[in-house]
Design a protein around this ligand. Structure first.
Ligand SMILES: [Zn+2]
Length: 289
């Protein structure tokens, strides 16, 4: 699932690629992706210009110039890919230029056609992703209902604030705490594993048992690991591609995630994988206590 670094990468790239483009037409190939009445959605979107791309937690916010915003959640396997000319993604069957009834690319569900001939594709193999339509002036209120925790790169997200949040959940296990969007926004399975490895903390540790130095390490590694991952345009461990349709390079930096039974990079032990609340945690039992 795309996490903060992947969504932030796409947001930054789209700001360079597609800001101020005019949406000539929106092609909806799989209506269930759009969480709004289709006619209303099309009326709001078609003819509007893109003002900017923003991000909150793992949601991309496309601000239009007409007081509508689109909230795009990529969920498990969504992709937003920009193409400046012909529709063509290597690895996914090409869309034929012939009749509209022809079967389009299997996983492309929404196509934004811009007035200059370029496109933005929403692809989603598992179809959990969505696009919502919200009035821009009501956006704050809408997002407040989601009760997202602070953004890791906000100035307000200090160590003291992190400690306050931890103290509210003394019996939670640290891995689950980090992945809960209501505690901190944007961290999921991949980066919680990597943050805890870098902090030498076992994923099942209870928050009340963490030492102050461990808390400080976790806090610093949240910022450090996420920043490194953004720099490398995210992790393509699964189906993630950036807005250019390229893989992210953080995959080669992963120390534990997806490395079950492989050698630990720091010691002679092996990476273990355990189930925790329906998700898996990867860690080194020697390095992480
Ligand atoms: Zn180790």
């Amino acid at each position: 699932m795309p996490e903060l670094p992947e969504v932030e990468t796409i947001k930054r790239q789209l700001n360079l690629l597609a800001t101020s483009k005019k949406i000539k037409e929106i092609e909806v190939l799989l209506p269930k992706i759009i969480k709004a009445p289709l006619a209303e959605f099309k009326k709001a979107v078609q003819g509007a210009k893109i003002r900017e791309f923003d991000r909150r937690a793992k949601i991309i916010i496309i601000g239009l110039d007409n007081d509508w915003s689109l909230l795009v959640h990529l969920k498990m396997s969504g992709q937003l890919i920009y193409q400046n000319q012909k529709l063509n993604i290597p690895g996914i069957a090409k869309r034929s230029g012939a009749g509209k009834n022809q079967k389009l690319r299997k996983y492309t569900h929404i196509i934004f056609h811009f007035s200059d001939g370029s496109h933005l594709l929403f692809n989603d193999m598992r179809q959990f992703g969505y696009i919502k339509l919200v009035k821009t002036h009501g956006l704050e209120e809408f997002l407040a209902k989601e009760k997202f925790g602070p953004e890791p790169f906000d100035k307000d997200f200090t160590l003291a604030k992190f400690v306050v949040r931890l103290d509210r959940r003394p019996n939670a296990r640290i891995k689950q705490f980090l992945m809960d969007q209501k505690n901190i926004a944007g961290i999921g399975n991949i980066y919680s594993d990597e943050i805890l490895f870098a902090s030498r903390v076992h994923p099942l540790r209870k928050i009340k048992d963490l030492k102050p130095t461990e808390v400080k390490n976790i806090y610093q590694n949240i910022k450090k690991i996420l920043a490194q991952a953004i720099k490398l345009k995210g992790t393509s461990a699964d189906l993630y591609l950036d807005a250019f349709g390229h893989e992210g390079d953080f995959l080669r930096c992963l120390k534990v995630y997806g490395r079950e039974d492989e050698k630990c990079v720091k010691c002679k032990g092996r990476v273990k994988r355990i189930k925790i609340g329906g998700r898996s945690a990867h860690f080194c039992p020697e390095c992480q206590r």
